[in-house]
Design a protein around this ligand. Structure first.
Ligand code: ARG
Length: 466
């Protein structure tokens, strides 16, 4: 270092890079083949539909269409068997496939690009990819919801403490808590379905940005590619990526739900809480501390949220200043979406596994639910109902009872009738019926409440919809 060797080598490195000429740097910044090769199947499918439409409208001959289709089929099997040579010089997946087609079938290949541009081509490929990814996500969420419904059913009357501010609030059932996540993932799935409907329009035929003078039939390609209809504005079609942003925002919201659940799993599996035991399949040991069982999968699900949110912000930022229509900036859309898709899929799969395998420690949950004066609200409600007190006064009386229990180091249910009557003479022995956590949860029968009877109704409602 002192002799300046490092300095020299880094100079050499940059010097070497410049020596390779601006075209090499241009190639590196311009090429997307490294990641957009993922779109090969969509690209080929789109080209086949386009060629068939061109032939049916008499824009290319049936012979050329057949050659193109055969050639594309060959390319598909070359790529799928790993025999295709991707070239960075050819920039992206579209040019790689077209160049190979020319080698395979000759001049007919040049007719495929009639009445289209890479701008509508990439919009089509990417939209198809995102739509398929959303369909996959929809299925995965259904499986996750099913796992939760099973756990909820088994634990419809498993009592646990409910928390606010992570302080014991009121007893709830674990089944009810599970169903809260069913609601969240159910809404995520509804967002997915809505997005699929939203993006169900075919971009192909928008051409560079202005449409085309060839007598194309965009309804035909839309139908062949499984879209409801073609997009209605060619400028919008090649310039917006809101379908990708929609995917990323849905993924971010879903990841946020997964992350909160992951956080609960981390907390619940500590020896201090001990509410659950994770299966060995979803935890790891420590290389130095033999007693440890770490919730690594949950922690990584929690962390994936950071990546996914980052992708959403990255693409929003790429798009925010772009004038209509296409700009090359938009090439940066794919890696964000691919990475987020991989992360959210993995996170949902890991969470589904954890929920399926979860061992619920009912005794620990029950014991925790009974401490922390979780039935204080029930005592206040009893005073309103049975002793005719206004709720504010009942709240005050209950506060005194909690203070006494705290002083004695016992639970509310452990106070004697005499002690309670000294606090308020209207209290009778009937109060003990509501001081137990079981009585507390059973009483909460309002629609959507934690009573086992209510939770079972909600499970049945979801079973009919999952
Ligand atoms: N690789 C490009 C992308 O992903 C394809 C579209 C290129 N269009 C163009 N006019 N340069 O956005």
């Amino acid at each position: 270092m002192a002799d300046g060797t490092d300095q020299k080598s880094s100079n050499q490195m940059w010097g070497g890079r410049f020596a390779s000429g601006p075209s090499a740097i241009m190639e590196e910044i311009n090429a997307s083949i490294g990641f957009d090769k993922k779109l090969y199947a969509q690209d080929i499918r789109g080209s086949m539909a386009h060629a068939a439409m061109l032939a049916s409208k008499g824009i290319i001959s049936p012979e050329d269409k057949d050659k193109i289709t055969d050639g594309l089929n060959t390319i598909l099997s070359e790529i799928e068997s790993g025999r295709f040579e991707f070239s960075r010089k050819l920039e992206d997946i579209h040019m790689n496939i077209e160049a190979r087609l020319a080698t395979l079938i000759g001049p007919a290949a040049g007719r495929l690009h009639t009445a289209r541009s890479r701008n509508d081509q990439v919009a089509l490929d990417f939209r198809l990819w995102v739509k398929e990814e959303l369909q996959k996500t929809e299925g995965m969420l259904t499986t996750l919801i099913a796992a939760f419904l099973d756990r909820a059913e088994e634990n419809a009357d498993t009592v646990m403490p409910g928390f606010t501010h992570l302080q014991t609030a009121q007893p709830v059932t674990f089944g009810h808590h599970c169903m809260a996540y069913v609601e969240m993932f159910g809404r995520d799935r509804a967002r997915v379905r809505h997005a699929i409907e939203h993006m169900d329009e075919s971009p192909i035929g928008a051409a560079a940005l202005a449409g085309t003078g060839y007598p194309i039939d965009r309804h035909m390609t839309a139908k062949a590619l499984g879209f409801r209809e073609p997009t209605r504005n060619s400028i919008d079609t090649v310039s917006d990526r809101d379908f990708a942003l929609e995917f990323l925002s849905i993924a971010s919201i879903c990841a946020t739900h997964l992350s909160r659940l992951a956080e609960e799993i981390v907390i619940w599996s500590t020896p201090q809480f001990g509410f659950i035991r994770l299966s060995d399949a979803f935890s790891t040991g420590s290389s130095i501390m033999p007693q440890k069982k770490n919730p690594d999968a949950a922690e990584l699900v929690r962390a994936k949220t950071g990546r996914i949110n980052g992708s959403l912000i990255a693409l929003l930022t790429v798009m925010k200043g772009l004038p209509l229509a296409y700009s090359k900036d938009m090439q940066e859309d794919k890696e964000q979406v691919f990475d987020a898709a991989e992360s959210v899929e993995l996170a949902i799969a890991a969470m589904t596994g954890m929920i399926r395998d979860l061992e619920v420690r009912k005794d620990r949950m029950r014991a925790a639910a009974g401490s922390g004066y979780s039935t204080a609200t029930d005592l206040a409600d009893w005073l309103v109902r049975e002793a005719g007190l206004p709720f504010r006064d009942a709240h005050h009386v209950t506060g005194n009872a909690v203070a006494l229990a705290e002083k004695k180091g016992c639970d509310l249910a452990d106070l004697s009738l005499e002690e309670l009557q000294a606090i308020h003479p209207g209290i009778t022995k009937g109060v003990f019926d509501v001081l137990s956590v079981e009585a507390s949860v059973a009483s909460r029968t309002s629609f959507g409440g934690t009573a086992p009877s209510e939770v079972k109704k909600q499970i049945a409602w979801w079973r009919g919809r999952n």
